[in-house]
Design a protein around this ligand. Sequence first.
Ligand code: NAD
Length: 265
Amino acid sequence: MGLLTGKTALIFGVANEHSIAWGIAQAFAREGATVGFSYAIDKLERRVRPLAESLGSTFVERCDLSKDDEILATLEKAKNHYGGIDILVHSVAFANREDLSGPYYNVSREGFRLAMDISVYSFTALARAALPIMRPNGSMLTMSYIGSVRAINHYNVMGVAKAALEASVRYLAADMGVDEKRIRVNSISAGPIRTLAVAGIAGSRMLISDFAKVSMLHRNISIDEVGNSAAYLCSDLASGVTGEIHYVDTGFSVAGFPSTEETAG
Ligand code: NAD
């Protein structure tokens, strides 16, 4: 019996086998969940479908989260396919590459709007559309980063977006908590991992290698570790946890001073 046996999860944000959402999907499947997938654009299908099928998934649908009609259509298909879902995972973000280098203040109005639309509003839109097909005591999860609360070089508008996303988690958790279904809403704030999304941030290689030097455990995290924490947060073990920003970052966020091998010894 797995942590998620009997539960059905819908996961948005797998682009390839490096995606955090793929780490989450694998952990969910290992823990007994039935997992459905959605990908952003047609050209991703040839990557996502084989991954989904390797976990025995029978639901793989395209959904551009910037489009309300696609969100509604995807949730309708999920309802017809599964009857209802217990878990919704949003592991999606986007900003223009030029807005992820240089000074933050250069961000254009359109670049700001785009980052907020795809990286923040899409979770709210998805949560609203999913609520009618969520089963009672279900759970929603999104992905954040410490750039929401600290200024991280080049993270820029995405840090502003993550701050808004984390605020959304709290408001959604409050809304869903008074709804009779008592859905929980949480976020994982992950340490940096080499994925497609991170490749767009200037200096990301350095960001990842420096992180390993100063985090408390002196290493980077993996998508499997995010997946394991997601499995807990979306399982009944976390039935008392909602509105939470849960750090999976080998202790980076709570280190008072960078803990290097020299200072630790
Ligand atoms: P990724 O590139 O594998 O995933 C990002 C996903 O967003 C992709 O699947 C992409 O197709 C999807 N996406 C973009 N625009 C979309 C749209 N309009 N509609 C639907 N989907 C869309 O990279 P990742 O690192 O796995 O990112 C997943 C989440 O984790 C993001 O929210 C990211 O900010 C967050 N995160 C990543 C890191 C990291 O270091 N990799 C750390 C903390 C948080």
